[in-house]
Design a binder for this molecule. Sequence first.
Ligand code: GRF
Length: 224
Amino acid sequence: MPPLRVAVLASGHGSNLQALLDAFAAPAAPARIVLVISNKATAGALARARGAGVAIATIPEDGGDADALLALLERHEAGLVVLAGYLKRVPDRVVAAYRGRMLNVHPALLPSFGGAGMYGRRVHEAVLASGARVTGVTVHLVDEQYDHGAILAQWPVPVRPGDTADALAARVLEAEHRLLPAVVAAFARRSGGGGGEPRCSLAAEAFVSAPSLQPDFADALTTA
Ligand code: GRF
């Protein structure tokens, strides 16, 4: 069965992209990263893609128009699109064309701490300000609103006494690096390698294939 062809959109360092590149490097892997698109010419994600020999493309800093993005995705025959630290809204027509086949990773437990303007450090600052004892990672389908589509998988991460936003971000990012590839792998297995119909209940499968996350869950319970 051919691997699921995955396009990744990223605006930043690209550590989630790296986790995907590492997870799907083997020729027999169920998915393959075939294209990395960034709206920032200097994004670390582009350098990581180059390093892995993956095709790259840049789009205007404001995200550009739907036609250009769709043409790129179609030319590379992307069966799944992953937003990995992509900071612009994807045009509605692209969302519609990839409905059920576009994922986003968010560094908190949606529907809390999400929505317009809630990205990067701001998310973790809001979590700390709220007094929440548990935060986490959400992987969800993308729809026309920020951080709003159907939730596919979540993983809790403890907030520890004395945490700074940076410390919390680092702890959450570690969980992102495990959960996101697990969800993509589950998606690839269920879609038979060729994209296709929407799949909405991957959480259980992702958890089974990411058992090393479990100690963090226990930690979350004991500190809460
Ligand atoms: C991650 O926390 C992601 O969830 C958020 O921005 C960060 C990007 O990190 N949207 P990276 O670019 O993957 O290193």
